[in-house]
Design a protein around this ligand. Structure first.
Ligand SMILES: [Zn+2]
Length: 63
């Protein structure tokens, strides 16, 4: 049995699993470096952000 480390949201104080990037309650970033990284990305839009979308229906369906 693996116990997930919990951390406390700096914004609202909710306990969230440490492997989460953002608080599930208020959406605050749990780590400063991720928040920084994210704001960097938002500053200059890139096509890579939504790379995980669209791969699900890729292989099985071919019309
Ligand atoms: Zn929160």
């Amino acid at each position: 049995m693996v116990r997930v480390e919990q951390t406390t949201c700096p914004s609202c104080g909710t306990n969230v699993p440490q492997n989460c990037v953002r608080c599930r309650d208020c959406g605050e970033f749990l780590r400063a470096e991720i928040a920084e990284h994210y704001s960097e990305i938002k500053k200059r839009p890139s096509r890579v952000i939504h790379s995980d979308v669209g791969e699900a229906t890729n292989s099985s369906q071919s019309r």
